[in-house]
Design a protein around this ligand. Structure first.
Ligand code: FMN
Length: 199
């Protein structure tokens, strides 16, 4: 029996789930440029952060993987008052507005794996991250979302990344509560092992 009944939902049991996740990670990364050329995997961590939490997790990923880092920055900075940023973010998300970015990395195609970091804003990725994903061509890249939040978890962030980059391969993301980012490194490392990305 490879499955467990829980209520009226059928869920894979834990060992089966683990094998499935490892297989998914291996299959997803099979055929990457790194494997074809026997080179180490080239990894980028791209991240927008308003108050520093997603940036902290980005640094933990960078340290654990040896990745390059790219900070996503908007030309017109968000207001420093909380109500101001809530209002602007709500408007941008509601109208599907993509704020202008200061820059994009030049060589996205060179990366096998790109981690995409964002705070959870109104249950989805922050508009600068949507702008970043809309501006690049991620065909052939493997994308890995990670978010920080105030209790709402991943919400629609993973699906937003998939919707904006339908031709990229998506690996299982990570959601970290903003209040626990400082101590999140061990959790980040377990997750990296699970998805098969790292040194
Ligand atoms: C505009 C805005 C909207 C937010 N919406 C949510 C939300 O829907 N759910 C949630 O759990 N947290 C929400 N938060 C809280 C942030 O996700 C949380 O503080 C996060 O850790 C911030 O990451 P950062 O420091 O990298 O900006 C929101 C914060 C802001 C500023």
């Amino acid at each position: 029996m490879g499955r467990k009944e829980k209520g009226n939902r059928i869920q894979p049991n834990r060992p089966m789930k683990k094998i499935f996740l490892v297989l998914t990670a291996c299959l997803s990364l099979a055929g990457t440029k790194a494997q074809e050329t026997n080179q180490p995997m080239k990894i980028l961590v791209a991240c927008f952060s308003y108050s520093g939490n997603a940036r902290t997790v980005a640094e933990q990923i960078r340290k654990a993987t040896g990745a390059d880092f790219f900070g996503i920055e908007v030309r017109d900075a968000y207001p420093s008052d909380y109500q101001g940023v809530l209002d602007r973010a709500k408007r941008e998300i509601g109208n599907d507005e993509k704020p202008a970015l200061k820059a994009m990395p030049e060589n996205l195609a060179a990366y096998d794996v790109i981690f995409i970091g964002s705070p959870n804003w109104w249950n989805t990725i922050a508009p600068p991250v949507a702008a970043f994903l809309s501006s690049g061509d991620f065909t052939g890249n493997t994308l890995v979302p990670f978010v920080t939040h105030g209790g709402g978890g991943m919400a629609h962030c993973e699906t937003a990344v998939k919707r904006l980059c339908p031709t990229a391969t998506l690996l299982k993301g990570l959601a970290v509560n903003g209040s626990s980012v400082a101590a999140a490194a061990p959790r980040v490392e377990r997750w990296l092992k699970e998805i098969g990305v790292g040194k």
